[in-house]
Design a protein around this ligand. Structure first.
Ligand SMILES: Nc1ncnc2c1ncn2[C@@H]1O[C@H](COP(=O)(O)OP(=O)(O)OP(=O)(O)O)[C@@H](O)[C@H]1O
Ligand SMILES: [Mg+2]
Length: 157
């Protein structure tokens, strides 16, 4: 995918000062980008726009030359993963139930879901934790569950 932002600006509600003002960037297929900035400078605000979680912004955002505000973003959303800074985990559910959410709407067989979960748990050194409730995990373990949920779609069994 090729991402391109033209003059992206973002205001939250009635707050006068924009959090983002005229952001321009482009990111080619296969390239990596690191976003840095002081606390509160708008990194997550921009990332949520890039991940199509927030579509209320000014300016233009193109994915593969398509203006995301002019198309149905649902198919593109399936191709983008996002790890929430606060993780956004279901606290009273197991590691397995949380990770499974990453492929909830992918119409996979139960066997495929199980085998993907198993693989990703191994990869992120969480094997043995699949039945553990998330609110009984350490900070680093929770972080890896959030990451697993984000990348499980790209994994194959
Ligand atoms: N939903 C919201 N409504 C109103 N203001 C918000 C909202 N979300 C974030 N903000 C404000 O927008 C600014 C940017 O927030 P954002 O989360 O993008 O910052 P950040 O760069 O990721 O910060 P940090 O490094 O602390 O995680 C902050 O001043 C924050 O208070
Ligand atoms: Mg942040």
């Amino acid at each position: 995918m090729i991402l391109k932002c033209e003059n992206i600006s973002k205001h939250y509600g009635l707050f006068k000062k924009p959090v983002l003002a005229n952001i321009n960037l482009s990111l080619d297929e296969g390239k990596k980008m690191i976003l840095t900035g002081t606390s509160g400078s708008g990194k997550n605000t921009l990332l949520k726009i890039l991940a199509l979680i927030d579509l209320s912004f000014k300016g233009k955002y193109y994915i593969d030359d398509k203006n995301v505000n002019k198309i149905d973003p649902s198919p593109l959303r399936k191709k983008i993963s996002y790890v929430y800074q606060e993780y956004g985990l279901l606290e009273n559910e197991s590691v397995y139930e949380n990770i499974k959410l990453g492929i909830l709407y992918d119409n996979l067989s139960k066997a495929e879901i199980n085998s993907r979960c198993e693989k990703i748990l191994k990869l992120l050194e969480l094997d043995g934790f699949h039945k553990r409730r998330v609110n009984l995990l350490s900070g680093g373990q929770r972080q890896r569950v959030a990451l697993a949920r984000a990348i499980i779609r790209d994994s194959e069994s």
